[in-house]
Design a protein around this ligand. Structure first.
Ligand code: DGL
Length: 244
């Protein structure tokens, strides 16, 4: 497998592309950020499915032979539809995220954060329960997405939004935080500050493990990346390169 297509609603999937790039699993990555229509997280299911299928159509122009849905929201509602339209493997980040903690203590206090659509879909919660986890708190934290798109990932404003979302939670007691949105790893420093005892689960690292464990891929010498976005490509490239 040589060419991996990756898409997200915007810059968030770069947190996934960065890990895949580092692992050198493919010769080339084609990244598409749907910046014209971000955020996906507050849209309805059929709209997200339509946007995801359009992203797939765009990426097919590059003869990709693997697709990573680097968006938890699209992974929550569109993976099955995408699989019907692709004759190559399509991997979503939700299964990978749950897989990444399957050996953790089943009594762990898990905090799941994501977009409204991801949380509402219940996909993470069902998979976690299926794997024996019982203590799951799930909270939709949509304001984190524009913060990351704007590059505001730490400081007073970010702390205030964290305090607002997590005011009812005993933060010290959280053992695992599932960053159920690919934008959120860019807030890792702030998550660590607010949840000092928690292990952070990152979609990008989880998907790399999943690919390594399920596909026979020999690491490449180098992986190159091409970046595309549906709006403001120049600005997008500057920001993406900063995160990469
Ligand atoms: N980065 C995306 C996710 O993982 C979507 C954020 C959004 O567009 O709302 O869910």
């Amino acid at each position: 497998m040589n060419k991996c297509g990756i898409f997200d609603s915007g810059i968030g999937g770069i947190s996934v592309a960065r890990e895949i790039l580092k692992a050198k699993l493919f010769d080339e990555i084609i990244y598409y950020g749907d910046t014209a229509r971000v955020p996906y997280g507050n849209k309805n299911e059929s709209t997200i499915i339509r946007y995801s299928l359009e992203a797939l159509e765009f990426l097919k122009n590059f003869d990709i032979d693997f697709l990573v849905v680097a968006c938890n929201t699209a992974s929550a509602v569109a993976v099955e539809e995408l699989r019907k339209e692709a004759n190559f493997p399509v991997l979503g980040v939700i299964e990978a995220g749950v897989e990444a903690i399957k050996n953790e203590d089943k009594n762990s206090n898990i905090l799941l954060v994501g977009t409204k659509r991801t949380i509402k879909s219940g996909k993470y919660q069902k998979l976690l329960q299926k794997n024996g986890f019982k203590n799951i708190i799930s909270i939709a934290t949509p304001l984190f997405v524009p913060l990351v798109e704007e590059g505001i990932v730490e400081g007073e404003i970010t702390d205030k939004i964290f305090d607002m979302y997590f005011e009812d939670i005993d933060k010290e007691k959280i053992d695992i935080v599932i960053l159920g949105c690919t934008h959120y790893p860019f807030l890792s420093k702030t998550f660590k500050k607010h949840f000092p005892n928690a292990k952070l689960i990152h979609s990008g690292q989880a998907i790399v493990e999943m690919i390594k464990n399920n596909f026979n891929i020999t690491p490449k010498k180098e992986t190159s990346i091409k970046l595309f976005s549906s709006d403001n490509p120049e600005e997008f490239k500057i920001q993406a390169k900063k995160w990469l």
